[in-house]
Design a protein around this ligand. Structure first.
Ligand SMILES: C[S@@+](CC[C@H](N)C(=O)[O-])C[C@H]1O[C@@H](n2cnc3c(N)ncnc32)[C@H](O)[C@@H]1O
Length: 220
């Protein structure tokens, strides 16, 4: 069997990742397209969603990942297990959210997870980080009112930066009074999360809820 080497990190600003994903035909992807949708940004091998899709059959799950070989393998495993509420898509989320999400029925996208995103430690690489103001604005536009965004990282500066980006947007309210959640509100840990916990290192987690924005200038 041929061994395919998968790069550890890819630069999302490289030319080859500038072609946005094609819109999905949701009714062809999921047998029950009207179930609530959970979007996992940077799903890597997709094992988190694989367990979530089995734990919550009344939800649909979509994993987005820029390393294509991981997506091919994840979809193969999904097929072997016969999971019809789960799909993985190769794309660069920083240019693909609008083509993907604009065809969703409003109210369907109810949960987004961004877990252990690549930190890109150097300041000059900050634009390669996945949580940019444009991504937050797109999620604000497509997430249902009351829908949630869960973020976590083992790098405090990245967790702080993600929180700053979501807090800056008027559509998002941070849940809880503590700076970081004591526990993961989801029933399944990610692979990176398990590795971090096994090393005894801290995880920085936060949950945001989308609120309704009332335009005070509009006539009643
Ligand atoms: C450190 S891994 C974390 C994987 C998983 N979420 C976990 O917690 O175990 C971050 C993943 O995000 C992917 N990624 C980074 N930038 C991306 C982008 N612009 N679009 C889609 N995926 C991206 C990387 O390829 C990598 O698989």
């Amino acid at each position: 069997m041929a061994v395919v080497r998968v790069r550890q990190h890819v630069n999302p600003l490289a030319n080859k990742y500038q072609i946005p994903a094609n819109p999905l035909e949701w009714e062809k992807v999921y047998p029950q397209p009207n179930q609530p949708l959970h979007l996992d940004i940077g799903c890597a091998r997709g094992r988190f969603l694989l367990e979530m899709a089995q734990a919550e059959p009344n939800w649909n799950f979509l994993g987005l990942e820029i390393r294509e070989p991981l997506v091919v393998d994840a979809n193969r495993l999904r097929c072997e297990l016969g999971l019809t509420n789960l799909h993985y898509l190769f794309c660069n989320v920083n240019n693909s959210l609008t083509p993907l999400l604009s065809t969703l029925t409003p109210g369907i996208l109810q949960r987004v997870t961004i877990q252990f995103p690549d930190p890109w430690f150097k300041n000059r690489h900050a634009k390669r980080r996945v949580v940019q103001p444009e991504l937050v604005a797109e999620l604000a536009g497509y997430l249902a009112v009351g829908g949630v965004v869960f973020v976590q990282s083992d790098q405090k500066f990245i967790a702080v930066e993600m929180c700053d980006r979501f807090s800056e947007h008027p559509a998002f309210v941070k849940m809880g009074t503590e700076e970081w959640l004591a526990e993961n509100p989801l029933p399944v840990p990610t692979e990176r999360e398990i590795g971090t916990i096994n090393k005894g290192e801290p995880v920085y987690r936060a949950l945001f809820v989308k609120r309704e924005i009332v335009n005070i200038d509009s006539p009643v």
